[in-house]
Design a protein around this ligand. Sequence first.
Ligand code: PLP
Length: 286
Amino acid sequence: MEYVILNGEFIDRSKAKVDMEDRGYQFGDGVYEVIRVYNGKMFTAEEHLERLLESGKKIELNISYPVKKLKHLLEQMIVKNKLELGIVYMQFTRGTSPRNHAYPGEDVLPAFTAYTRETTRPEENMKKGVKALLVEDIRWLRCDIKSLNLLGNIMAKQKAAQSGCFEAIQHRGETVTEGSSSNIAIVRNGKICTHPATNLILNGITRRKINELCQANEIALEETAFTIEDLKQADEVFLSSTSAEITPITEIEGKPIGAGTPGPLTRKLQDLFETEIERQCGSLQV
Ligand SMILES: *Cc1c(COP(=O)(O)O)cnc(C)c1O
């Protein structure tokens, strides 16, 4: 049996049902998180759960669970499902009430659902790099919220998929913002550059971890916006996210980046990141 969490309770996945008028289903009215699990342990769980509560606050959705309680529930689910390597997905919606754009009253409780999924690490992509496409960023102006509303993101990703690319790199005019489900960084003359954490991007936990690792290892990193031209002329480009970790981008719009192979600084960051995973979750060697 596979367990899921429905409003704080563990139940059999096949018995978990959500109402037709759940506001997540009707409006995308809710927030979510994805946390990676290595060796049965969550990586950067607190950071993700704190961001979940922050995303909730930004849309006036009151998540009454403290981080500690959420973490404990997710840990229990991981144990119940015997998950070793994979992800935990969770979301809070504004609950179920007769369809009306305005928020329901305080009596309507948010709906909390979560599940686990087994997935391996994207070894091949991390090693060889991936191709990317450029697309105009058509999303709203609160990309800092990890909202269930992902139409702009999925439309961008679909364009990439249709051209055999792994990711769509979004830009507002000449300024590069982020990927459809990842943050983007470039390397120029040994210095990393990534869009600042404003309302125009989702401030990734992986991105923040990379920033910390750069600080600790005296690798130059600048949080400033860069242009499409900077991107195309970069020595190295990489994307980062919970599920993709640090993945080199070796080709954009059919043209190679640098030598067309993963660059030295990207590889170095991958090593540092892996060491950090092992520090928190134990050895990754099988
Ligand atoms: C989740 C997400 C990311 C990556 O964030 P991580 O916390 O590193 O997984 C980047 N961009 C968008 C749009 C996202 O939804």
